[in-house]
Design a protein around this ligand. Structure first.
Ligand code: ATP
Ligand code: MG
Length: 392
């Protein structure tokens, strides 16, 4: 199937079927920057140093994996850049046509949306979520509110910030409407966070005010209180319509959902241990097989639904848990899931399941890149003329 679009000024009739030919041109011409999080302590990175409520990590190593894969795919100009106030000038100086976002931001509130917002302003297209989706996904309470609106199961929750005073779970009307007679356990977490940092299980309602205050002390951000789901834990990844499987580029009628995985918890492990403390190795993740085919199918279908409902156009990894009855609940969707290239001992929850779809790391990186280019050329061609000019 081919979507055609006549761009008379460029004399280009875009057709997905001609992508191999476009790639031949783009490999030598398209200048790509892979962007990782900047370091606010570096001289000239920011004007005033503040705080990152999300907990800082630069993701530079993974940016290198992505950049190396793009080079292995034949792209001649791939630069790695830090995300800070010097970024716009570097993009201009190096004549970058397209950015690849592998950053959670540098500092400040809603840091995941800062770089896409800046790129929107600069007119530089990117692989990654738009500012609104980045913010929605990275604010767990906002994402959960939308899940509720779509009727997708997620644990009941409420948020609390010290500006509202000290939480009194016995009298607070929101608490009572949300949780009713439920007495715990609860999970208390920062609304924006990563790698299970600063998340706690609170068994006794009486301990909630302290747990919430502690989140604010550490993260300077709002806390989410939700019911504790005591069952198994799963993840599923989903990205766009283009895949490169068994060496063949194709545009599928549905988003590509894959890597259905169980995050294996140890007997007393109530919260999956942070990857900052314990690497995610093969024995901590299990690719779902035939014995879990029903769960796997449910995860795939849910992932596609989330992609559609939220109008996503970049990769997410969705984390889920079951309750004691085995029903699936969405915990969160990660807007910048780990894309580490697998080594002998470590892998990532996204990349782990690619092999069963005939994809290696490079095939996956090419899929994400071509999906974004296809999207831009199909729906945004008049506003990415610097790219259409490269393939006309
Ligand atoms: N409502 C809940 N019930 C049970 N466990 C939960 C709940 N919410 C979070 N957890 C546990 O805490 C872990 C981290 O939570 P969540 O995925 O929301 O945050 P995160 O820090 O962004 O995670 P990630 O490690 O994926 O970046 C989950 O993997 C799960 O083990
Ligand atoms: Mg998670």
């Amino acid at each position: 199937m081919s979507m055609t679009l006549d761009l008379t000024e460029q004399h280009l009739t875009y057709s997905f079927d001609r992508f191999p030919e476009y790639l031949d041109r783009l490999r030598s011409k398209l200048r790509i920057a892979v962007i990782h999080g900047g370091d606010k302590d570096r001289d000239g990175a920011v004007i005033y140093k503040t705080h990152n409520p999300r907990s800082t990590k630069t993701y530079e190593r993974v940016a290198r994996d992505i950049a190396d894969a793009l080079k292995n795919l034949g792209f001649e100009y791939v630069s790695i850049m830090a995300d800070d106030m010097t970024l716009p000038q570097r993009l201009k100086d190096e004549g970058i046509h397209l950015a690849w976002l592998n950053t959670g931001g540098v500092q400040g509130y809603d840091p995941v949306c800062h770089t896409p917002a800046m790129l929107e302003m600069l007119g530089v297209p990117y692989v990654g979520h738009n500012p609104l989706n980045s913010s929605t996904l990275d604010n767990k309470h906002v994402f959960k509110r939308e899940l509720q609106a779509f009727g997708i199961r997620t644990a009941p929750f409420m948020t609390w910030h010290p500006a509202q005073g000290i939480l009194n779970p016995y009298t607070n009307p929101r608490f009572l409407t949300t949780f009713g007679h439920y007495q715990g356990a609860f999970v208390v977490k920062p609304v924006s966070g990563r790698a299970s940092l600063n998340i706690s299980v609170v068994d006794d309602v009486a301990d909630l005010p302290d747990a919430v205050a502690e989140i604010h002390r550490v993260t300077r951000n709002t806390a989410s209180i939700e019911t504790y789901l005591s069952g198994r834990e799963f993840c599923v990844s989903v990205c766009g319509y283009v895949t490169c499987q068994n060496g063949k580029l194709q545009k599928n009628p549905e988003p590509f959902a894959f890597s259905t995985i169980e995050r294996v918890l140890e007997p007393e492990e109530r919260i999956f241990t942070s990857m900052d403390r314990k690497a995610i190795t093969e024995n901590r993740m299990r690719l779902l097989g035939d014995e879990d085919i029903d769960i796997s199918r449910a995860l795939i279908s849910l992932a596609k639904q989330v992609y559609w409902d939220f109008n996503l156009n970049a990769l997410v990894r969705i984390d889920l848990r079951t309750d004691e009855a085995g029903k699936l609940y969405v915990l969160e969707a990660n807007p910048k899931p780990d894309l580490k290239r697998p080594t002998g001992t470590e892998t990532s929850l996204v990349v782990r399941g690619l092999q069963e779809h005939g994809m290696g790391y490079e095939d996956f990186i090419l899929s994400l890149l071509v999906d974004r280019l296809d999207y831009l050329l199909t729906y945004h061609a008049p506003i990415v003329r610097h790219i259409t000019a490269l393939i006309a």
